[in-house]
Design a protein around this ligand. Structure first.
Ligand code: UD1
Length: 420
């Protein structure tokens, strides 16, 4: 079995460049199905979720070719299949974007329930209600969502909460809907904006992405072209926290500092020095970190995807910190693994109390999901002795060359195979 081994205690120092955003890439790849020409997508992170989605595109009839590690050429003009294989769907959460893409392009879609991280119940009722509002028939049969329509019609869609997945899925579907579609209470996350920019570059007419109201005027056809994915805010945040927890001095390059404001201000509040320029952020740690309160929220609030990594950092703060998880019901599954490293975390519903001044010590732990895996690695960087993180498949879904990048900053980290 594969493990990531971290011998903790090294201060991270130096510069590290960020990859393309996972959550933007995994939306843009399925969205490429709507394009009527060859699409060149650049700055894709080399991660399992991207590889799996490229395979899923091929399984539907698209031609895909990686011209280098981070550039995929997609020709979806010949897509004719509307049913996605169950294993493809299970490989990533983002497979749900094939619903909107296939429905818009072919007028029908059969997409099995998506996979992805187990963070408690993750319903897709807003997606399905939205497709129905656009005029599609939507039924669930044996865990497969069946969608069909005789041309979608623009409509007003109101989301009960600003779901990223539903916003993007409905935006993709309505690119060809006749007339105007309005998505109200839309998610404002950077990957919503990036997906809209991608579709617009190919000929869509979307305005308002990044605000609570997105307006899509339907077009007859999209073309092809080139697009570069934005840098990954969650990867960026993970390295910023890794710098802070090791008392290091790290400049994270190829980033959009504005996307990181909620984290940058929390790190400053805790006593770190955070400086930023056009496309970089420098984080200098502090021996005496202050405890704080963290509440996850939709963008521009503190991202739930950085909550586990932040919990690792709070173990090293002076005093007790409180985390409130407002997005997912069960995002503290990592707590029992943290405890093996000596952390003192008490969970009560959506709240976690993290006792600081903790002397973390190396142990064998297992990633319970993607970001929990990253958080265990971050904790391992600050622990005494060796930490072995298992279930690395979760981590490989979302971080490009994680060990290489951390090693370049001075971490003692490697991948090992161990007999059970
Ligand atoms: C996406 C991200 C994930 C991130 C999350 C929140 C991708 C592939 N994944 O996940 O990394 O953690 O946003 O930023 O981009 N909800 C419903 N019904 C729905 C849809 C959502 O009740 O139809 C609820 C969910 O249960 C959850 C909340 O809305 O409580 C947020 O979900 P959503 O923003 O849709 O997250 P995901 O698309 O699952």
């Amino acid at each position: 079995m594969e493990y990531i081994s971290i011998k903790g205690g090294n201060r991270l120092c130096g510069k590290v460049s960020m990859s393309g955003a996972k959550n933007a890439s995994v939306a843009i790849l399925p969205a490429a199905i709507t394009c009527g020409g060859v699409v060149v997508i650049d700055n894709l992170p080399q991660i399992e979720d991207v590889t799996n989605l490229a395979k899923a595109l091929e399984s539907l009839g698209a031609k895909c070719e990686f011209t280098n590690n981070n550039t995929l050429v997609v020709d979806a003009t010949c897509v004719s299949k509307h049913a996605l294989d169950a294993n493809m769907a299970k490989s990533t959460r983002a497979s749900y974007y094939f619903m909107g893409a296939l429905l818009g392009r072919l007028g029908r879609a059969e997409v099995p329930q998506p996979g992805g991280c187990d963070l408690g119940v993750r319903p897709i009722d807003y997606h399905k209600r939205g497709f129905t509002t656009l005029g599609a028939n939507c039924t669930d049969e044996h865990d497969v969502v069946h969608l069909s329509c005789d041309g979608l019609k623009g409509a007003n869609i109101y989301l009960d909460s600003p779901s990223v997945g539903a916003t993007i899925n409905l935006m993709i579907a309505s690119v060809f809907a006749e007339g105007v579609t309005m998505i109200e209470n839309a998610a404002k996350e950077p990957h919503v904006v990036d997906t809209a920019n991608f579709l617009n570059k190919m000929g869509a007419k979307i305005t308002g992405a990044g605000t609570a109201t997105i307006r899509i005027r339907g077009v007859k056809k999209l073309g092809g072209g080139e697009y570069t994915v934005i840098p990954d805010p969650i990867e960026t945040g993970t390295y910023m926290i890794a710098a802070a927890i090791t008392g290091g001095d790290v400049t994270v390059e190829n980033v959009i500092p504005k996307h990181m404001e909620s984290l940058s201000s929390k790190l400053r509040e805790m006593g770190c020095i955070v400086e930023e320029g056009g496309d970089w952020i420098r984080v200098q740690g502090n021996e005496n970190l202050k405890a704080c309160e963290v509440k996850t929220a939709y963008y521009p609030g503190f991202p739930t995807d950085l909550q586990p990594q932040m919990a690792a950092l709070l173990c090293k703060a002076n005093g007790s910190s409180i985390i409130t998880e407002n997005i997912f019901e069960q995002r503290y599954r990592y707590a029992s693994e943290f405890k093996r490293l000596g952390a003192n975390i008490k969970i009560d519903g959506r709240m976690a109390v993290v006792k600081g001044n903790c002397r973390l010590k190396g142990a064998t732990v297992h990633a319970t999901d993607l970001r929990a895996g990253a958080a265990l690695i971050v904790a391992g960087l600050a622990a005494n002795g060796e930490t072995l993180v298992g279930n690395v498949c979760h981590i490989d879904r979302g971080y490009e060359r994680f060990e290489d990048k951390l090693r370049s900053l001075g971490a003692d980290i490697s991948r090992i195979t161990k007999d059970e």
